[in-house]
Ligand binder design. Structure first.
Ligand SMILES: Cc1cc2nc3c(=O)[nH]c(=O)nc-3n(C[C@H](O)[C@H](O)[C@H](O)COP(=O)(O)OP(=O)(O)OC[C@H]3O[C@@H](n4cnc5c(N)ncnc54)[C@H](O)[C@@H]3O)c2cc1C
Ligand code: FES
Length: 242
């Protein structure tokens, strides 16, 4: 689902930046609820000028925080901190950007496509047709589904491989196995890539070191050094099956 949050007077987020969100009420304070920290969400789209700023977030209900945010009614208050982190950089040397996303990870591709232009090639992968509804967030995407119910029957990286000409630059976000496949393809084709990674985040602003990931240059705190990292600094994108 899409959660729209008014942030009047707030700064304009860049594509790939994120916010820490919590419901102002009933956020873990109830007798039988565990208290929890705000949760990190990529901004999917921004609307309005600074005075009337509205931010869209794409939520996948995976636990108590996303469940609580998903049940908010219009007008309910939301606690919001951001924009945080480093987002996507403009493609270098006039390269042709290719946007690649999977599942709920497609959120930052909407605001990135808004910035780069509606004709930017955007490739999206989903489990099935129900999840592929999220493709409506972007303009004219090429879609792949695991079960073949919409678009290409297979992985989104199968759509990406033939597009990797010498002038390409890939901007990707999605589940870690997909990002690892994108990283490997970029390395194989000697094409630059920018990968929006995720890690559990407690503070969101560099204080807790809960979000560190290994890079070729040591550990990076994803909340301040990322969440978008240059694919070339990663030996691999860590994930349970790696
Ligand atoms: C920079 C960033 C951007 C994000 N953008 C979005 C977004 O646009 N939309 C969205 O729905 N979610 C996004 N997330 C993920 C979201 O913050 C987590 O899923 C959050 O923990 C959900 O809170 P919860 O209380 O519902 O579930 P929790 O109880 O916190 O977690 C439920 C399950 O998800 C696992 N989990 C929690 N966080 C992560 C994570 N970061 N990576 C992998 N597994 C995790 C937990 O281990 C647990 O099994 C983002 C995370 C980061 C770091
Ligand atoms: S989330 Fe605390 S240092 Fe990154």
């Amino acid at each position: 689902m899409v959660l729209s949050v008014a942030d009047p007077g707030g700064p304009a987020p860049d594509a790939g930046q994120f916010y820490m969100l919590a419901a102002a009420g009933r956020w873990g304070g109830g007798a039988d609820e565990r208290p929890f920290l705000p949760r990190a969400f990529s901004v999917a789209r921004r609307h309005g000028d600074q005075r009337q700023r509205v931010l869209d977030f794409l939520l996948e209900d995976v636990g108590p925080g996303t469940e609580r945010l998903a049940e908010l009614d219009a007008g309910d208050d939301v606690w919001l901190l951001g924009p945080l982190g480093r987002g996507f950089s403009p493609p270098r040397d006039g390269r042709r950007p290719i946007l690649v996303g999977g599942g709920v990870g497609i959120a930052p591709l909407a605001i990135l496509q808004d910035a780069l232009g509606p004709s930017t090639l955007t490739l999206l992968g989903f489990r099935d047709s129900a999840h592929a509804e999220g493709a409506k967030l972007v303009i004219d995407p090429l879609v792949a589904t695991d079960d073949g119910s919409v678009g290409h029957h297979g992985l989104v990286t199968e759509l990406l491989a033939p597009e990797l000409g010498a002038d390409a630059e890939v901007c990707a976000c999605g589940p870690p196995p997909m990002l690892e496949a994108v990283r490997a393809l970029c390395a194989e084709h000697d094409v630059p890539g920018q990968l929006a990674l995720e890690a559990g985040m407690a503070c969101g602003f560099g204080a807790c070191f809960g979000c560190v990931v290994p890079t070729k240059n040591g550990y990076a705190r994803l909340c301040v050094d990322g969440p978008v990292l240059d694919a070339a600094v990663l030996r691999r994108v860590e994930h349970p099956g790696a």
